[in-house]
Design a protein around this ligand. Structure first.
Ligand SMILES: C[S@@+](CC[C@H](N)C(=O)[O-])C[C@H]1O[C@@H](n2cnc3c(N)ncnc32)[C@H](O)[C@@H]1O
Length: 346
């Protein structure tokens, strides 16, 4: 076991072709594209190429590359002359090697917890990976050190509540919107996953996602940020896209369009939290130098991870929120014999 955590005891997690997500629907990809940077029909990778990578960057790093589609596509559209990409999972790295073809991509295995860059990069890409970082500030510090002064850090990622533990009011709102849709479109899944499922399934899933933007701001200079949203539709469509897949189904098309419009409106007015963001950030000469950044990286993060290791991957903040949510502090919740009056159901 590594000296920095127990996630290496967790089972291998397969990220593709297991669950079905909102962006498996073309209408959602269109929605994300409109909410993202550039022209309304310009996917972020093409925007990146047009605005930041023409001529191509010299050397790019892709972190947590998974099956490798991101760097293969970025190589195909000539975003950089050479790519390095890594993942913690040797099976993904092996599969990526197989799929690479003659693209200028070098793969290696590495873990966010111990990753140290040995090269300098003028482009670093995080696509849906950093939300697995337990040592988020340590990783961001390493990435900032690897970025050249003219380099950019590009981020497309979940930045919502940790471990998808949405606040009660947010869940109630999603439930109301879910109920208001015609019945065949209802999500039958829980709109707030069990915390226990996160811990037994993949303890790194969205582990400190809500702090990613804070970490980025400490170590990079944000050039642009586009909040894509997802606070309503992401969870409601999770494993619930079958009824929306037929393009000839007019009712489904209308219901989905209305849901995405509401998602955009309520993201922008703050009714629901932002779940996904696109960010481009540049080099920051004083990266990580502030007192807060040093406190987060050198004191708060090591302390909270050490504690979580001793508490079966539970974090103090999550425990206190859970205790508050279930009113476990309230004596009326308990019998004289110390039994709980109502069972905990979520
Ligand atoms: C949701 S997948 C995204 C993969 C890819 N970036 C994509 O967009 O398809 C998250 C990836 O992060 C990798 N990952 C998780 N924890 C990691 C860690 N500690 N160090 C490096 N990679 C990690 C996983 O193996 C997985 O490939």
């Amino acid at each position: 076991m590594s000296d920095q955590g127990s996630a290496d005891l967790a089972p291998r997690v397969e990220y593709y072709d297991v669950d079905r997500f909102w962006n498996d629907l073309p209408a959602v990809v269109g929605h994300e594209t409109r909410r993202g940077p550039g022209e309304p029909d310009e996917w972020w990778t093409f925007y990146l190429k047009r605005v930041y990578c023409t001529p191509p960057r010299k050397r790019a790093l892709v972190i947590g590359c998974g099956n490798g589609w991101v760097e293969r596509h970025l190589a195909d559209i000539d975003v950089a002359e050479h790519f390095d990409a890594f993942d913690v999972d040797p099976a993904y790295v092996a599969a990526c090697e197989q799929e690479r073809g003659d693209r200028p991509i070098s793969y290696f295995e590495s873990d966010f917890r111990s990753f140290v860059a040995t090269e300098k990069y003028d482009l670093i890409v995080n696509h849906a990976a950093m939300h697995h970082a337990q040592y988020l500030y340590r990783l961001t510090d390493q990435l900032a050190k690897a970025l050249t002064p003219d380099g950019i850090f590009v981020h497309w990622e979940y930045v919502g509540p940790d471990r998808n533990q949405y606040a009660d009011g947010h869940v109630a709102h999603m439930e109301a919107v879910n109920r208001a849709m015609p019945e065949r479109f209802h999500s039958s899944s829980r709109l707030r996953p069990f915390l226990s499922a996160a811990i037994t399934g993949d303890p790194t899933e969205a582990v400190h996602a809500s702090e990613i933007v804070r970490a980025i701001e400490q170590y990079f200079s944000v050039l642009e940020r586009h909040d894509i949203g997802g606070g309503l539709a992401y969870q409601m469509l999770w494993n619930n896209i079958a009824e929306f897949e037929d393009p000839a189904d007019e009712e489904a098309t209308e219901v989905l369009a209305a849901l995405l419009d509401q998602d955009a409106r309520e993201t922008d007015d703050g009714t629901v939290p932002v779940l996904f963001s696109f960010i481009v950030a540049g080099h920051r000469p004083d990266a990580g130098a502030s007192l807060t950044a040093r406190f987060d990286r050198l004191i708060r993060e090591p302390a909270r991870e050490a504690l979580a290791r001793r508490m079966k991957n539970l974090y103090l903040g999550q425990i206190t929120r859970w205790v508050r949510r279930h009113h476990l502090w309230d004596p009326r919740r308990w019998t004289r014999k110390g039994r709980m009056r109502h069972p905990i159901t979520n």
